[in-house]
Design a protein around this ligand. Structure first.
Ligand code: ADP
Ligand code: MG
Ligand code: MG
Ligand code: MG
Ligand code: MG
Ligand code: MG
Length: 664
């Protein structure tokens, strides 16, 4: 989470009354930033990951795995460890990681000490950095605690047994969420988090209601009406909602922000050469986001039950859905907002003739006043629309001490709205008083069980962005089809069974793959360099002919595919995961593009082999030779001797599962 300002949070009515104040000043702050950066260009590629962990506490004698609610203590300790390391080895302080608070009291987030640069050695060192971070965290936990990179704790919110350590089964103490399942102990007590939780509920007018289809096994009752829900509790006004229809039959019902914001993900942020490049990159990654969600799927179980989905997205979207009944289209249809503030991207933003109106084909309401102001300041339609769309939302948390700000010096009000619009891709403006420039964040991936996998997906995404820029690729397709992919991506076994829409022809107009010449970098020199500092188009490096330089295969001895005549057009095709990554006909596959980029670089064989090792994981997972973590977890549960084919993930199964994951 970006913003953790300290102070006294305002109540929902007070916050609501200040919504326009925050929006007006937020836009003023954005415009100051815009002007400050106007015309500035030439920022280097910098990038970094964020990894979230769930701290699991294992009680072997009870065969119980629970959530350790010690985030505050752990972070305090890690802060001191990091300081000591920096003092002992100041020359290494750049690589010493940082740990951040997260929504769940059982969560940690880690980032590298500083962003990685444009050298290939930075790329291949990411796994070691991730291991170091995990190791550092683990060695400062209790002996029975483990920082695990699982997306969702399978028994968060069960009602039969304790699922936290210390036990806090009493859910009567959670005025913010009024949840039937999770007490306030699971939420970070920093004022921001309970206030977010409470204000979302207040704004919406009811508790959030998440219903995930249950996986119907042979002994699962049909219809499935969850016997573990305390339907008749009468502690909070929201208690009757489950009984009155919020909990749907045949679904796993969840009623609190913790179920979504308590999930872990893997995010990658990269700095662009300039604002236009950031916008092009953003657009190109929009159609990639659902595909990466499916390929990284890691969450097949929620609240003690196996689900008929493999990924977290709809859960987290539902967990912060603050829209009123009217906005959700349940009451008169005057003012509808089609999606939660946590959801997939609604419009492309590039100032690029390839960004056609026809691709922006879903409803994308805007704050008209904000739109006009941005336009009046000379900002083009596409970007003005994006910001004005974010600004249809109300601020959710305002600290009384932060109401009045110096708009030239602060981005707090802008970030208030921006950081509570959780979309698959985020366009990040430069922070004030900092050399950090325009960035794009890739946010859809689920965290993987091992650092090798997390490194592989990070490396793949970073290389894909370089391929997009180097070859000036065009991934545009209708957003409605991206959204359809987003739903398909979450289905059980999506990576193996589903097809996804993707643009068939990704090369610049009039070019065939063999015409695409990576020597003529069309955009910026923002690519990778080999260790000695020369890059693929460095002057000291002899160029290979263009046909060879666009070598789609992962074995550079293979010939390029022969493409004769092709009508470049807008065609979108449904493809399997294998085809999407490994290619089909004229479509080289996302890996084909990445391989072509890597092959275009003047890199030593050893580094290429290192990179290949990671790309192979992507290749094999896409081909189905390797299964997703979601499938692995599901198989573990369904083949456990104690599993009764009733969809229930019991305490013992959960314990054995987490033990097994730790051994991996
Ligand atoms: P947030 O939670 O707001 O998304 P974090 O600060 O947790 O952001 O993580 C941002 C990531 O971006 C980190 O991995 C960090 O190393 C990386 N990063 C920092 N500065 C830059 C930069 N100038 N360009 C690109 N990435 C950066
Ligand atoms: Mg985070
Ligand atoms: Mg972060
Ligand atoms: Mg964040
Ligand atoms: Mg982030
Ligand atoms: Mg949206």
């Amino acid at each position: 989470m970006g913003l953790l300002s300290l102070g006294t949070p305002l109540s929902w009515p007070e916050t609501k009354a200040l919504a326009d104040h925050v929006r007006d000043h937020g836009i003023t702050q954005f415009l100051y930033t815009w002007d400050r950066w106007a015309g500035r260009k030439g920022e280097p590629l910098l990038w970094g990951d964020e990894i979230e962990y769930i701290v699991v506490s294992l009680q072997d004698e009870k065969k119980r795995a629970s959530l350790s609610l010690r985030q505050s203590e752990i972070l305090e300790e890690l802060k001191n460890v990091v300081l000591d390391l920096c003092n002992e080895q100041p020359e290494k302080s750049m690589v010493i990681p940082t740990f951040h608070p997260e929504y769940g009291m059982y969560m940690l987030e880690s980032t590298p000490g500083c962003p990685s640069g444009p050298h290939l050695k930075d790329l291949v060192s990411v796994e070691a950095n991730m291991r170091f971070r995990r190791q550092l965290a683990r060695s400062h936990l209790k002996p029975n605690e483990i920082p695990m990179t699982i997306t969702c704790f399978p028994r968060l919110g069960v009602t039969d047994k304790p699922f936290t350590d210390p036990e806090c089964m009493s859910v009567a103490d959670s005025p913010a969420s009024q949840s039937l399942f999770v007490g306030k102990g699971v939420t970070n007590p920093h004022a921001r988090f309970p206030t977010l939780t409470g204000n979302i509920r207040s704004r919406r007018g009811s508790k959030v209601a998440i219903n995930v289809p249950i996986y119907k096994d042979t002994n699962t009752p049909s219809p499935f009406v969850d016997p573990s829900i305390p339907y008749d509790r009468q502690l909070w006004p929201g208690d009757s909602e489950a009984k009155n229809g919020a909990a749907k039959p045949d679904h796993i019902y969840m009623d609190a922000m913790a179920f979504g914001m308590g999930c872990c993900c893997l995010q990658i942020t990269f700095q662009a050469f300039n604002v236009d490049e950031a916008r092009r990159m953003y657009d190109a990654l929009v159609p990639v986001a659902p595909i990466m969600l499916a390929l990284t799927a890691c969450s097949p179980a929620f609240r003690g039950y196996l689900a008929d989905v493999d990924a977290r997205w709809n859960v987290i979207a539902g967990s912060v859905d603050d829209r009123t009944e009217e906005e959700r289209g349940l009451k008169n249809d005057k003012y509808r907002i089609p999606k939660s503030r946590y959801d997939s991207v609604d419009c492309y933003i590039a100032n690029d003739s390839r960004n056609k109106e026809a691709y922006n084909d879903i409803a994308c309401p805007v704050n008209q006043k904000v739109f006009e102001r941005l336009k009046g300041h000379g900002i083009d339609d596409a970007l003005a629309k994006h910001i004005a769309h974010l600004f249809i939302r109300d601020p959710l948390v305002i600290f009384s001490e932060r109401v009045d700000q110096d708009d030239e010096e602060s981005m707090d009000h802008f970030e208030n709205i921006q950081s509570t619009n959780w979309q698959t891709i985020r366009f990040k403006p430069p922070p004030p008083n900092s050399s950090i420039a325009w960035r794009v964040e890739f946010r859809s991936m689920e965290v993987q069980l091992t650092d090798f996998e997390n490194a592989a997906f990070s490396i793949f995404i970073v290389l894909l962005t370089r391929a997009i820029l180097s070859f000036n690729l065009n991934f545009y397709m209708p957003i409605s089809q991206v959204d359809e992919n987003m739903q398909r991506a979450q289905k059980r076994n999506a990576a193996r069974d589903e097809k996804f829409f993707f643009r068939k022809w990704v090369f610049p107009l009039g070019k065939t793959p063999s015409h695409v010449d990576c020597r003529s970098r069309s955009t910026s020199p923002n690519g990778f360099r080999s260790m000695n500092g020369t890059n693929g188009n460095g002057s000291s490096v002899p160029h290979t002919p263009s046909t060879a330089s666009f070598n789609l295969d992962d074995d550079s001895s293979c010939p390029s595919p022969s493409v004769s005549m092709f009508e470049p057009d807008d065609e979108v095709e449904e493809m399997t995961m294998d085809e999407l990554f490994n290619g089909k006909g004229e479509f080289p596959g996302l890996l084909g593009l990445v391989n072509a980029y890597v092959n275009s670089l003047n890199v030593d064989v050893a580094t290429k082999c290192d990179i290949r090792k990671y790309l192979n994981l992507i290749k094999e997972r896409a081909s189905g030779k390797l299964i997703t973590p979601a499938t692995w977890i599901r198989n573990f549960i369904t083949s456990h001797p104690e599993y009764k084919h009733d969809s229930v993930v019991s305490e013992v199964i959960n314990y054995d599962l987490l033990r097994a994951i730790d051994e991996v």
